[in-house]
Write a protein that binds this ligand. Structure first.
Ligand SMILES: Nc1ncnc2c1ncn2[C@@H]1O[C@H](COP(=O)(O)OP(=O)(O)O)[C@@H](O)[C@H]1O
Ligand SMILES: [Mg+2]
Length: 220
């Protein structure tokens, strides 16, 4: 069984009389232990796709199944439960609670998912190059540090499915390597990993690259 299956996803947005087709029939399978890079120009639907796969957003058509359970067209609390149990997510923003330290953000994720141990937090934070930042509030972090702290939250519960939206957008090459190593490690331990990226270094490490344009997968 695949970790995640999406059939023919559609998502429309309306602004006044205009209709934006953010997703037009995207079908996708993510397998355990597979590292997939997702590329596409700005506005092509990458973030919308991630939100629909994780049940944060509801597609207007199509079905997402997670480890054999349907995610789409279910009440929000059920989608939240599925997400808490199976997903780690790094979005482009809003990954951390501003009033909680990095450590407490990570611990909260462990509590919500029921997995991971607080004594693992220091190693996790250090492995992402955030030494000395576990006990600060998110306001003290740079953009790149906040993204890595968000990734620490996403990795904390050793999720079966890891979805990351541009995890290395604001970091130098050495730090990018740290992030790539953590993603690969998560994959090796059995996670299905999907990463939106513009980074050639990251795409080079992927098992598979999916390109999207105007809400559809580009097959070459
Ligand atoms: N909540 C929304 N309301 C209206 N339009 C949206 C919304 N979210 C995304 N869109 C539109 O859908 C398209 C895809 O957006 P997005 O998924 O954010 O692209 P990407 O992440 O590839 O840059 C864009 O045209 C964007 O403007
Ligand atoms: Mg985006």
């Amino acid at each position: 069984m695949s970790a995640l299956e999406a059939t023919e996803l559609y998502r429309f947005f309306h602004a006044g009389d205009d209709e934006v087709v953010a997703l037009r029939g995207i079908a996708l399978i993510l397998n355990a232990g597979e590292f997939t890079a997702l590329r596409g120009p700005s506005g092509s639907g990458k973030s919308t796709l991630l939100a629909c796969l994780a049940g944060i957003d509801e597609p207007d058509g199509g079905v997402v199944s997670v480890l054999g359970e349907r995610m789409t067209r279910r009440p929000e609390p059920e989608r939240d439960r599925l997400r808490a149990r199976h997903f780690g997510m790094l979005m482009q923003s809003g990954n951390l609670f501003d009033h909680l330290t990095v450590r407490t953000n990570i611990r909260l994720q462990m509590e919500i998912s029921g997995r991971g141990r607080p004594d693992e937090i220091d190693d996790l934070v250090r492995s992402l190059g955030l030494d000395g930042l576990a006990d600060v509030l998110p306001a003290y972090l740079s953009g790149g540090e906040a993204a890595r702290a968000g990734l620490a939250v996403a990795l904390a519960a050793k999720p079966a499915i890891l979805l990351c939206d541009e995890p290395t957008a604001e970091v130098d090459a050495a730090t990018e390597q740290l992030v790539i190593d953590r993603l690969i490690e998560s994959c090796r331990s059995g996670a299905a990993v999907l990463v939106v990226t513009h980074s050639p270094a990251l795409a080079a490490r992927a098992d598979r690259i999916i390109n999207i344009r105007d809400g559809g997968i580009v097959h070459d």
